[in-house]
Design a protein around this ligand. Sequence first.
Ligand code: AHR
Length: 515
Amino acid sequence: MVASAATSPKLAGQTLQLSVDASQPGPKINRNIFGQFAEHLGHGIYEGVWVGPDSNIPNTRGIRSDVVSALKGIKVPNVRWPGGCFADEYHWRKGIGPQRFTTLNPNWGGVIEPNSFGTHEFMDFLDQIGAEAYVSINVGSGTPQEAAEWLEYLTTAQPTTLAKERGANGHPAPYQVAYLGIGNESWDCGGNMSPDYYLSQLKMYSRFVRNFNPAQQEKQQMLKIAVGPGGAEPRWTAWTETIMKASQNHTWSWDINGLSMHSYTVGHWPPSFASTGFGETEYAQILKYTLEMEDLVTKYSAIMDQYDPQKKVALVVDEWGAWYTPLPGTNPGFLVQQNSLRDAVLAALNLNIFARHAERVRMANIAQMINVLQAMILTDNAKMVLTPTYYIYKMYLPFQDATFVPVKFDAGTYTHGEIRLPRVDAVAAKDTAGKLWLAITNVDPNQPAEIEVTLAGVTPKSAAGETLTAPKVDSINTFDSPNTVVPKPVTAKVDGGKVSVNLTPKSVTVISIEQ
Ligand code: AHR
């Protein structure tokens, strides 16, 4: 585990000791913590994913090929769709068949929603990138009947009227829906419900919104995710208690498998931090805010433990990431921001927190996949660029479904003015083939960190990997300069059974250890 940030500071040049015990394997790091969130918001779907079959931008059935290829590169495990706040105003029938309804998107800029990207297009997109469906149903302004019929349309193999309609729309075979989100932020944009009111809705939706796919009856059953907390305020403690207590005493007719938690790195609302053009102070402030994720996960895990000590219900952090002030000149409702080296460090720190809580945190979805908030990918018409955050997801690929391995270390302290942060952070895991991996972040933007790793349970022969850094804390990749923040090879020294690596300032390094 990470040692307290209050431990004695290490000076530059002083070696930091890490000790990894590969003989004490921990829980599986569920690959779903590398999940994505894609809402009908700004250019997240329209232009980001969907350009339409007649576009000059290369596409397969309307879905842009460059984006598909990039997302395949990070093995996206699941995509949460269609929202967000949008989900509680989404009516699925308007997005199927040859005639689509033109509606509005009142949440996000009040723009036209053409509904040209609907159920079939979403499932086609998932098929193209190889991800599972996390469908968020409309509890706020829909009905249990509407949601139940959507799931029947999606999943039944029987020749019902809805299944025939699905076939007529091009997909006779039933779809698989792996995860069902029952509402979104129902305490706020999802309908301002009280915990008890939401609970009564949850029970009905859980009961009636069934998955009929024959392949999902015994194994691979659809997991149902209830709305959970949105921060540290007392109202969310009460909310979490209400849902978890009811879940503990649930009857045969309803259940849940996950509790959602949302937490953005924002500082204060409304968002006021710039996403680029900032200095060390804002770097340190944002990283301090982001580390509050540890407290939140710990707090809600503890409440869940009271009612569910066997950890049957997962904590699903299905909206997280940095939320900055919109880029000048963009529609403020489109939540457009840049993505810098700071976001890469932020992403690594959060993924490390999720990995350390792997027993309870079994899914996390960064907000949002393309062109919105802390995105993997930015597009501008035909142009596309991969962000520093994208490269963290790529470097962390070996951690998908890997076995957590405990790491002990003195984190040291990075100090900037009044702000004190752990200087380094690290996680380790054995991948599905048994190879040991280490991810180490040097938070300090000024000092390199010399790391010496002592290993138990493995005899290292060689070690190598990649490191992600850049000249400045606010360095970004642009359409014209896409390679400012990209991973570079790094070598580690193996001597006397120990691995040594020198971490550049403000960097994230992932190395594998050959035995
Ligand atoms: O991700 C943007 C918005 O943030 C989502 O729609 C909502 O759920 C959250 O408040």
